[in-house]
Design a protein around this ligand. Sequence first.
Ligand SMILES: [Zn+2]
Length: 314
Amino acid sequence: MATIGIDVGGGSIKGALVNEENQIVKQCTRVNRINRSSEEMAEDMADIIRELTQDGPAEAVGIGLPGTVDDEAGVVVYTPNVGFRKYDLRAALKEMTGYEVHLINDANAAAFAESQIGAAQGAESVVVVTLGTGIGGGVVIGGKLLTGYTGAASELGHMVIVKDGEPCGCGRKGCFEAYASATALVRMAKKAMAEHPESMMNELAEKDGKVGARTAFEAYDAGDPTAVSVVNEYLDWLAEGLANLINIFFPEVIALSGGIANRGESLIKALEERVYPRTHGSAYALKRTKLAICSLGYESGMIGAALYAKSVME
Ligand SMILES: [Zn+2]
């Protein structure tokens, strides 16, 4: 029987019907925005469940949310960007649809999907790191998600790598996210552009009307010396954090996702050179963590939520 996976984001709520071969057979989306009420969002999810079960019932329903969830209680504890605060989503959806839903953090859902059927398929221990506006992540150990005491584990982006460093959205300073997210790369690029008006990045930014991670990478590819030093600095920071994660978890695979991961093999190569010398005992290790790019794209959140719901039913 098919399973439903729903991925709640700030801009949309996406649902997918996933068959027993783990393929998406039907999808539907509702527009979402910041500051809607919990009830409105729950109604959208109920709508999605009804639409996806028109041709027959689902075995399980999993919902991925951008924040902290307590799946035992069925409660969305806190989502910083969409407005859930201690909301009993399971009770609400049970009443509206009859389904007992399961809740999972969205980054954990993506990590679970990549570990089951994506870039890290077959690996028992996997760390997924999402390089976007912030840094998200998920950790799978022995085939199981690491969720921690309150369900809030695996906030990989908020590991401090510089004491009293750059301010972070979480309130601390010097987090990995403040040095290795796409936002951090843009900050470094802007600073270098002001100091080096001759840099090609200034020209590219004017053409695009904004400075993005792409501005730095495009100029880097063209050999612009300022961009080369910005990107190298960024890669060094990213490597510091990834090496810490390897030293803590020693996973079989670390898989990267998010816009910057679209750099693909050239990113992996640049990181391998930087990460391995920083990992503990690497000179003597017979095996080492494989660095990879996630393969499921935006579908990973929906597929992961569906696979998670199925896994807790079994
Ligand atoms: Zn932080």
